[in-house]
Ligand binder design. Structure first.
Ligand code: NOJ
Length: 742
């Protein structure tokens, strides 16, 4: 009890000092605002690319002298600039402006700056929140040491369509898992407090529902029920707000007819008014201007007016604000109070980061050198990478390979690739060298005879190299095939209508498989779930390694040779074919569910099963886990109660391993149709061989709520079923309880 009082007292003292700091910054913001001309204010809302373009070039950009604009205080922030020296030289230009307002430097530090961590979807497959926080922490430390103040991450868009290339950048299909990951990543990027020299501002993007682009085509329309928006797509954004995220980015898509950049429902009603978000809202790359081709704004001027009125603060790489906003204010089309509010949001963060005290504090080349040379960063990428790999299949326990395996053939276009292992979203060009698969295997088994044959390049348009591959396979004891996508087949603007292996890669696999009775292990590298049925049927083992980053080769070898027991689980469903998409484990029940024996008029396809190839939550281990019966400490609960479910988890195998136990709930009868299963808890548990641990989950009202037809968040009395699984399609223990009316 005493402890509780002390904690409460500390918290009160903390929030009092935070409030005092907030008031002090606000005072400085107001004083500065009072000195600014409208043109200088608009400058703070204008962000341009300082170096490489990460989107299409603006026609207007060609006619502007950006450096003069910086010197005149007409630009408030730059994106794509990095490096202590480069940021310093831009900041020196800003210091020549009348009010000497420092620039903010923003960069897409998505999963690494100098060392590259596995792509975000891969990290989500670790279900290890600590690992994800660490990855973001190290990325932030390196970015901040390189002069960067602000990362455009994490992307917290729920994504259920693997045709969409940007599935690689998010946390997958699930709202609950995605919300936890959003929190971990925001914490990792922002560290203990903004203003520290190892912290960067995080960005929750893309607000909102960008991940639901129709037909998986990037930048496409989104049209969905508001219930679905609130239930599935918004919670990870809310989690980011609750974690203190400093900035939000809106999105390219229209949502139910309104471009997100012009949506006051999203940016004002929900984000500011309901969620009380106090940070910066930035547009996506030219998304203000894109309201014109959307057919929502008549011209650039109209777009500027609509965006700022709807709550968009900064115009990224756009010329709508800088060209038209000042005149729009003078003409009375935009209240100056709204501009002041947007500018205040930007200035606040500049004060918070300490840039008015020392505009160069993040741009110290000596510190940059020291931080980027830290060997712990590279070591961490290996640690994290091996946690992300998902063992999809392991027939006859082919894996792990014996460390004494003497003759290994490593075949496939990705065997020696380095760039592909890093994935798409790497903006910084000075990166740590990558360990490829061949090197990883050589490092793991230096005594083995390793033959490496590509067979073809990633596009695999010719079979001319297949004979050499088959010959290498014949001479080996075991074959490891490195197949998959190239780094630039997923990511932004990389939607695919077919998500199979590129070109003739499946034929390469078939040729090798047919010519040898040796075990064939496939290491799949990809930025998304792929469809690879013939390989999946015939390979002895499949390790889904995604794009694993700087230490990818070593991390893969750690798993192949059993130095690390795989523990990853899929954060997104793998369909059997493209026609099943979108496919999620959390589907809604229909009035005609499939039954056994089958009813021909149930909801199904005549040419493919309803089930996925690999389900959400699936992932094997080198050991087996046993689940005991489920115990509930009560059969009924009221809204204020907490119910505990528990069971025994046993490692029944011979090696230590980690299991991700998953809690799913189903609301059996409610005023709106609910999903057949929803993830509501998970724990990653390490057990030694033979060890048993009691695992429990607490269920309270917050896990039982949903948005009803009038968008009220309710928990309705009635029966719920509880499922504990090793995967969403592998439920090991079940029970039920009733929520009583109060
Ligand atoms: C467009 C992307 O959608 C966004 O995520 C990114 O941060 C910006 N470009 C800046 O590169």
């Amino acid at each position: 009890m005493k402890k509780l009082y002390i904690t409460a007292a500390c918290l009160m003292a903390l929030s009092a000092s935070a409030q005092a700091q907030d008031a002090a910054i606000q005072k400085k913001v107001n004083a500065l605002l009072a000195k600014m001309t409208i043109e200088e204010k608009v400058g703070q809302l204008h962000q341009i690319a300082g170096a490489d373009l990460t989107g299409p070039a603006s026609a207007e950009a060609k006619n502007r002298d950006r450096l003069t604009d910086i010197r005149n205080g007409r630009i408030g922030s730059l994106l794509t600039v990095t490096g202590a020296a480069q940021t310093r030289s831009f900041q020196e230009m800003a210091m020549q402006s009348r009010l000497k307002i420092p620039l903010l430097f923003a960069l897409d530090v998505i999963h690494g700056q100098h060392v590259v961590f596995p792509m975000p979807l891969a990290e989500a497959a670790s279900w290890d929140l600590g690992a994800m926080e660490l990855s973001a922490r190290i990325s932030a430390t390196e970015a901040a040491a390189s002069g960067v103040h602000w990362t455009f991450a994490p992307m917290v868009d729920v994504a259920r369509d693997p045709r969409w290339g940007r599935v690689m950048e998010g946390a997958g299909e699930d709202t609950f898992l995605g919300s936890k990951i959003a929190t971990a990543r925001v914490r990792g990027f922002q560290g203990k407090r903004l203003g520290d020299l190892d912290a960067v501002m995080a960005t929750a993007k893309h607000f909102a529902a960008y991940g639901a682009a129709q037909a998986g085509r990037d930048y496409n329309t989104v049209d969905m029920s508001y219930q679905q928006l609130h239930e599935v797509y918004l919670p990870p954004f809310k989690a980011a707000v609750d974690a203190g995220v400093a900035t939000f980015m809106n999105s390219f898509n229209s949502l139910n007819g309104i471009p997100a950049t012009g949506s006051s429902m999203l940016q004002r009603d929900i984000l500011r008014n309901q969620w009380k978000f106090k940070g910066i809202v930035i547009s996506d790359w030219k998304s203000v201007e894109e309201m014109v081709p959307h057919g929502f704004a008549s011209d650039l001027n109209d777009a500027a007016v609509k965006a700022i009125r709807a709550g968009n603060d900064i115009d990224m790489e756009g010329y709508a604000y800088t060209t038209h906003l000042a005149a729009a204010v003078k003409a009375g089309k935009v209240p100056i109070a709204r501009v002041d509010n947007a500018v205040g949001n930007v200035l606040y963060r500049k004060f918070e980061l300490g840039l008015f005290d020392d505009p160069f504090r993040f741009s110290d080349p000596e510190r940059e050198r020291r931080v980027l040379a830290d060997p712990a960063h590279r070591a961490a990428t290996r640690e994290v990478a091996r946690k992300t790999m998902v063992l999809l299949k392991n027939d006859k326990k082919v894996l792990p390979l014996a460390a004494g395996a003497t003759r290994i053939a490593l075949i496939g276009p990705l065997a020696e690739s380095r760039r592909d292992l890093e994935g798409a979203w790497i903006v910084n060009t000075k990166r740590a060298p990558v360990v490829n698969l061949a090197e990883g295997i050589r490092n793991a088994v230096p005594g083995a005879a390793l033959t490496v044959v590509a067979g073809c390049d990633v596009a695999c348009t010719s079979n001319s190299g297949f004979d050499a591959a088959v010959a290498a396979a014949r001479d080996a004891d075991v074959v490891v095939m490195a197949l998959g996508e190239s780094y630039d087949q997923s990511g932004e603007a990389r939607s695919r209508s077919e998500i199979g292996l590129p070109g003739l890669q499946s034929e390469l696999f078939a040729a090798v498989r047919k010519a040898t009775g040796k075990p064939v292990v496939v290491v799949m590298l990809a930025g998304r779930p792929m469809v690879f049925n013939s390989v999946a049927d015939q390979a002895d083992a499949i390790l889904y390694a995604w794009f694993p980053g700087t230490e990818g080769g070593n991390a893969v070898a750690d798993v192949l040779f059993g130095r690390y027991n795989p523990s990853g689980k899929l954060p997104i469903t793998f369909p059997r074919n493209v026609g099943q998409i979108p496919l999620s484990y959390a589907s809604y029940s229909t009035g005609r569910p499939q039954s056994d024996p089958p009813n021909p008029y149930s909801s199904y396809y005549i040419d493919v099963a309803n089930t996925p190839r690999y389900a959400f939550g699936h992932g094997l281990s080198y050991t087996e886990f046993g689940y005991g019966a489920l115990k509930l400490d009560r059969a009924t609960m009221r809204a204020a109660d907490t119910l505990t479910v528990s069971f025994d988890l046993t490692n029944k195998g011979k090696v230590a391993g980690e299991e991700v136990v998953q809690l799913y709930l189903r609301d059996l009868v409610s005023s709106v149709v609910r999903p057949v299963k929803e993830l509501k808890g998970f724990q990653k548990i390490m057990l030694q061989p033979g060890e048993t641990r009691r695992v429990s989950f607490a269920i309270d009202r917050s896990l039982l709520t949903f948005f009803d037809h009038s968008l009220k968040q309710v928990a309705e009395p009635g029966k719920f079923s509880v499922m504990i699984g090793s995967a969403s399609d592998d439920i090991r223990a079940q029970g039920g309880f009733e929520l009583l009316a109060n």
